[in-house]
Write a protein that binds this ligand. Structure first.
Ligand SMILES: Cc1cc2nc3c(=O)[nH]c(=O)nc-3n(C[C@H](O)[C@H](O)[C@H](O)COP(=O)(O)O)c2cc1C
Length: 193
């Protein structure tokens, strides 16, 4: 199995407007591999500008926020290319697209690292942050998963939240739980109609 890091990819649309989305990235022979499922605004942007920024952040509110409609996060300009960097990034990498492996469902985009900056030190692993990322992944697949699986995962992941969360992690967790509750309510009322 490949080693995957969960990151925030920032890109620009055709009009230069920033777009933020969580993506798992892999490394392959020194290149960064991003594999977006179609359709994806990020995919369109990455193909249009042939550029992306990988942001490594421990502010899990960005992951949970983007998935729950909170897309306004502080950004600053990239240093060596046209693009934007998350203010909260501990580190970022500026990327240039060098290869596309076409696929109907999930193309693979390979990027060369043009520039890399360390902004803040890594502070260590936090279980609540990992729990938020896990729940965020489930929320991004909410329409495909049975609700019993989601409820069981929440019960387990909540242990890490209760034991190790700070304010940012609690906020992020709450946004995801609200989103799941809304999805449940919408599904239930759909079933009753
Ligand atoms: C931690 C995490 C990792 C994700 N990784 C991927 C990925 O590798 N490919 C993908 O298509 N979507 C991934 N997603 C879901 C996308 O972030 C989500 O669908 C997003 O809206 C991308 O669509 P957009 O480019 O249209 O904004 C991930 C979500 C999370 C929370």
């Amino acid at each position: 199995m490949p080693l995957i890091y969960e990151t925030i990819i920032t890109s620009l649309d055709a009009n230069g407007q920033p777009h933020i989305a969580p993506f798992g990235i892999r490394e392959e022979q020194g290149l960064v591999l991003i594999a977006p499922f179609r359709p994806s605004a990020s995919l369109d942007n990455l193909l249009h500008h042939r550029a992306a920024v990988v942001n490594l952040t421990d502010d899990v509110r960005v992951f949970a926020g983007v998935l729950t409609g909170r897309r306004e996060w502080p950004l600053k300009p990239a240093q060596k290319m046209q693009g934007v960097v998350l203010e909260s990034a501990l580190a970022h990498r500026e990327l240039e697209l060098v290869e596309i492996r076409e696929h109907e469902v999930r193309p693979e985009l390979l990027f060369r690292v043009v520039h890399e900056v360390q902004h803040q030190p890594f502070r260590g692993f936090n279980r609540a942050q990992a729990a938020v990322i896990e729940l965020a992944v489930l929320v991004s697949r909410l329409h495909m998963l049975p609700m019993e699986k989601i409820d069981a995962e929440i019960a387990y992941l909540n242990i890490a939240i209760e034991k190790t969360a700070g304010e940012r992690e609690l906020q992020a967790w709450q946004w995801l739980i609200e989103c799941i509750e809304n999805h449940k309510a919408a599904t239930d009322s759909g079933n009753m109609a």
